[in-house]
Design a binder for this molecule. Sequence first.
Ligand code: F6R
Length: 611
Amino acid sequence: MCGIVAYVGGRQAYPVILKGLKRLEYRGYDSSGVALLDEELAVYKKKGKVAALEDSLVGKALQSRIGIGHTRWATHGEPSDRNAHPHLSASGKLAMIHNGIIENYAQLKQELLKKGYVFHSDTDTEVLLNFIDDIRENNHCSVEEAVRIALKRVVGAYVIVILDRDHPDTLIAARKGSPLVIGIGKGEHFLASDASPIIEYTKEVVYINDYELAIIRPDELILKNLGNETITPYVQKLDLELAAIEKGGFDHFMIKEIFEQPHTIFDCLRGRLELEQGRIRMKGVEEHMDRLMKADRIIIVACGTSWHAGLVAEYLFEELCRIPVEVEYASEFRYRNPVIRPGDVIIAISQSGETADTLVAIEKAKEQGALIFGVLNVVGSSIARASHAGAYTHAGPEIGVASTKAFTAQLAVLTMMAIKLGMEKGSIDAVRARHLLSELAEIPEKVRQLLENTEDIKRIALKYSKARDFLYLGRGYNFPVALEGALKLKEISYIHAEGYPAAEMKHGPIALVDDQLPVVFIATRDAYHEKIISNIQEIKARRGKVIAVVSEGDMVIPQMADDVIFVPSADEVVAPLLSVIPMQLLAYHIGVELGLDVDKPRNLAKSVTVE
Ligand code: F6R
């Protein structure tokens, strides 16, 4: 949520920052801006996407070897030029970018207003910046010292980077609860919210931890804690290639990422699923096997699409491991004073590993003695570092704002984990375990087959793209897929959609059905097949339009449905890995048909680092 980039070194800062902002645009695109320091400290900012800022700066001589840039997802104050970052302090000496929320900003603002400060934006950022600058002036101290004093009073989450007019070779950065990576070059440093703006310049990076402050010059990186003690930076090597963050010939990141799924699922299974030996190797699970086997209860915390993966996992763990599971929205769980017992295992699912609600939820559970297991995509992310153990999903960078390949990789990890635990506990027998392992191993190839012919999905997308509402229905393992299908459509096409358990529909949503309403049934062959056929009949009897996702070879449902999408047959335990793909494609093609920016849907951001 909000992307920040900064540079100090021998290059021209503006091109480096601009390119970085484009890479980070998935984190927010309400406005963007840069501050550059040559003879003067100059700030340029613009409402809208980074391209609007770039256009506004064409022809300007933007000389500077140091600079900061920001792409915003609005929290305090509407998207506008004046609320865009960087902000300038009242003294004109400091410019600052900020990612996060300062919760006690109203109180700090009151104090500053009493001192005569005038604010030019509605942001909490401008308040924090002036609070820092006020401390600097009154205490006659350095910016670094002022930041340290200020942050002791600040409640909330932040990454800040400050450019000081009087120190044209120094950036000051600090973090709590929002991510910050520093790339180390030769005589230069790159700062960013994630590694994507850094990767083409250097692979050596330092991840800044909470309550750490960095003083960055071309040849120097000093890390300190808020108590002013120096910390040795832990330099890590980035395991990321430039090609992974480019579109590679596709029109959008979203469709590229959908088509990557045969590989991403394969990568996720590789080295873990050993079909011949009939076993699964997962280091994070093995190291905590005793605790996991004895778990009284698994509590899954996540948000959005990751929460849907958690719902699938509820079916998996209950069926295969006979462990009770609760699936919680992290944002509710963290505030609910939940009962957590030492025998509980918390599974946190997150693509970004930075979602603020999920992070705080696991920290609370950790305090109460639960084991925290992360199912995460981004290596070294905040949730990864806060977990006791975990398994990475290895889906590679997901840049399209709507999650696709990360979801299927989460399902792959959770399915392996459930099969492994089930085998270990003896709650599934060897024959069933072998069958499930081979079903899982076949998924990458089946996804590839499914993606070979997407013409029917495109045709259906075209046919229904003008619909006002959609209903998505599924049962069992396919119920979370219905929720995910509805979420994808809402995000990408702005069409209202609801996901429901198919049988629950008659308790209310059936009132929506008329001859204009497309109803998507996720009806692959499973234990509830006969039941869902009855549900389809109920919709048809009310003249609703049925779009059915069915297993290849199904002869019954295609007779009733208005439109049919076939997916390869699979055991119901692994079926969501296949049935979700038409959901992603349907949303994508409807969004494209409507002329929308599918990679950057309005109001959204990829990494939700505010609560
Ligand atoms: C939907 C989507 C969001 C995320 C949610 C959690 O397409 O991407 O709903 O799933 O914001 O994000 P992570 O998984 O990064 O914690």
